[in-house]
Design a binder for this molecule. Structure first.
Ligand SMILES: Cc1cc2nc3c(=O)[nH]c(=O)nc-3n(C[C@H](O)[C@H](O)[C@H](O)COP(=O)(O)O)c2cc1C
Length: 172
């Protein structure tokens, strides 16, 4: 099994979660390539595609929310387009893929979830979600992750490999 992990990140939290998930996959011997969304291929065919983004205005970032996020900081991790635009490009190639999705968000029911938006788009395009969307909590807009979230992401990465293998067996 191989995994491609695509992330968007303004201040580094979603990037850190992506690296932790990749470390979890490596723990169970699944090689994962981690790609910032601007550099991510749309024509690769990994056995598992994992996509994550920060929650902006209860969903995926837009050019306007990214502009807001970039105000007042020298640079953001993702310098250009986000997962929304990458999914536009991928759409036709999403059918039949095994995917898992995550986001970072403020804790609480009203925070919304970029992961749910990504999940809806994948499902509509004919991809299969191997696990439900997962959210990892930040402590504020740009203040970083809650302390236990990196370890939880690593565990999520480990368990993902098992669910993806089970899903592949069902399909095969
Ligand atoms: C313009 C903007 C809008 C945001 N809207 C939301 C939101 O609706 N819900 C939420 O939980 N967090 C919201 N946030 C906080 C982000 O979720 C947080 O900045 C992100 O998780 C940090 O991840 P990153 O460091 O990878 O960018 C917003 C942040 C920005 C900059």
């Amino acid at each position: 099994m191989t995994a491609l992990l695509v992330f968007e990140s303004m201040y580094g939290s979603t990037a850190a979660i992506a690296e932790a998930i990749a470390a979890g996959l490596a723990d169970v011997r699944v090689p994962a390539t981690v790609c910032e969304v601007g550099l991510a291929p749309t024509d690769d065919a990994p056995s598992l595609l994992i996509v994550g983004a920060p929650t902006h205005q209860r969903g995926l970032s837009t050019p306007r929310t990214r502009e807001t996020a970039r105000g007042g900081v020298d640079a953001t991790v993702s310098p250009g387009d986000g997962v929304r635009e990458w999914l536009d490009e991928l759409a036709a190639g999403a059918r039949g893929r095994s995917v898992a999705v995550f986001d970072t968000a403020l804790p609480g029911r009203l925070a919304g979830s970029a992961a749910h938006t990504i999940a809806r788009r994948f499902t509509k395009a004919g991809a299969t979600l191997v696990v439900p969307p997962e959210s990892f909590a930040v402590t504020g807009r740009s203040s970083g992750l809650r302390s236990d979230e990196v370890e939880r992401a690593r565990q999520w990465g480990r368990s993902l490999a098992l669910f993806a293998a089970a899903a592949a067996t069902r399909v095969g």
